[in-house]
Design a protein around this ligand. Structure first.
Ligand code: AMP
Length: 196
């Protein structure tokens, strides 16, 4: 199953991606995790993206498109993948579609975790407070910027996926367990055709 986990920052994408990894035995591909690892390792890529991430801005499309394009061809993604935090712009979604086409694959479903905007900052700040190694961008000020970047650049993708009949909206305000069950039930109706 080739999946996209979609939703605003703080919607619970990372948590649900982990659960989907266990359930479907396919890897999570989180561009945020990959970029954070690059920042931590101090690579050229890391140096480039660090200030943008700290400011709550998106990094340039070509950087993430390159990362994902490469990652999709890895052996462990042969039977499927869960994209978490990518695509975040229409240009990224179009690039993904092209990359998958050359691999003779396609997206099977886009799981959209729906959480009202007014709940997101609290969720992000709580996550920051509870983590043993909190993310640099999990504070109220950066959260507000990340949410506005989402609204301006990412939310329009919902219409894009909806037009393609891929969007599966899930109430992300439920408990983690109920969200997991709702996703499982939505995906049970999806016929994966995107595998090799
Ligand atoms: P995330 O862990 O998905 O919340 O991503 C953390 C930060 O990494 C974002 O605020 C962006 O600065 C950057 N980032 C992650 N994924 C993308 C993407 N697909 N496009 C642009 N920037 C991204």
């Amino acid at each position: 199953m080739n999946l996209i986990l979609f939703g605003p920052p703080g919607a619970g994408k990372g948590t649900q991606a982990q659960r989907l990894v266990e359930r479907h035995k396919i890897p999570q591909i989180s561009t945020g995790d990959i970029l954070r690892a690059a920042v931590k390792a101090g690579t050229e890529l890391g140096k480039k993206v660090k200030p943008l991430m700290e400011a709550g801005q998106l990094v340039p499309d070509e950087l993430v498109v390159g990362i994902v394009g490469e990652r999709l061809t890895a052996e462990d993604a042969r039977n499927g993948f869960i994209l978490d935090g990518f695509p975040r712009t229409v240009a990224q979604a179009e690039a993904l579609e092209r990359a998958l086409k050359t691999l003779n694959r396609r997206i099977d479903a886009v799981v959209s975790l729906e959480v009202p905007e007014k709940m997101l900052v609290d969720r992000i700040v709580n996550r920051g407070a509870q983590a043993s190694a909190p993310r640099a961008d999990d504070n109220a000020e950066t959260a507000v910027r990340r949410i506005s970047a989402y609204r301006a650049e990412t939310e329009p993708l919902k219409a894009y996926f909806s037009k393609k009949g891929l969007l599966r909206a899930i109430d992300g305000t439920q408990s983690m367990e109920l969200v997991e069950q709702s996703i499982a039930s939505a995906l049970s109706q999806v016929q994966p055709a995107g595998g090799v």
